[in-house]
Design a protein around this ligand. Structure first.
Ligand code: CU
Length: 125
């Protein structure tokens, strides 16, 4: 009986430790939505790229790069943080995009100090 209580205590401790380890991962800034949406086909060039994250981000250490089909950087890294929503980055497009495929690469530093990165893609018809 005593051994069994010990074992279930150890199991509870182990799962508590796992919980503690997995919690910070949930707090990382993950991309929750984007405009244009990932894999979207849009009829006309968007005026801006808008990325929304699960956590607030540090704009000084975050950026967005737009790549064309030839992988050359078209617009680099000058993303602005939304003044009202600190978990949102906006990259204004000064000139309309030609028809074609585009990749949006992003990297952010969330306010908890963790870096994450990823990419989305879209097509302009
Ligand atoms: Cu984190």
């Amino acid at each position: 009986m005593q051994k069994r209580a010990f074992l279930s205590g150890a199991a509870a401790l182990a799962s508590a430790a796992l919980w503690l380890i997995s919690q910070p991962a949930l707090a990382h800034a993950h991309l929750t939505s984007s405009e244009p949406a990932d894999n979207a086909v849009v009829a006309a060039s968007p005026q801006a790229l808008i990325l929304t994250f699960s956590e607030d981000v540090e704009p000084a250490f975050s950026g967005i790069t737009l790549l064309g089909a030839d992988k050359h950087s078209l617009v680099g890294d000058k993303a602005q943080q939304d003044a009202q929503q600190r978990n949102r980055l906006i990259l204004a497009l000064k000139t309309p995009l030609a028809a074609g495929d585009y990749q949006v690469k992003w990297h952010v530093l969330s306010v908890d100090g963790h870096k994450t990165q990823g990419s989305t893609r879209f097509r302009v018809k």
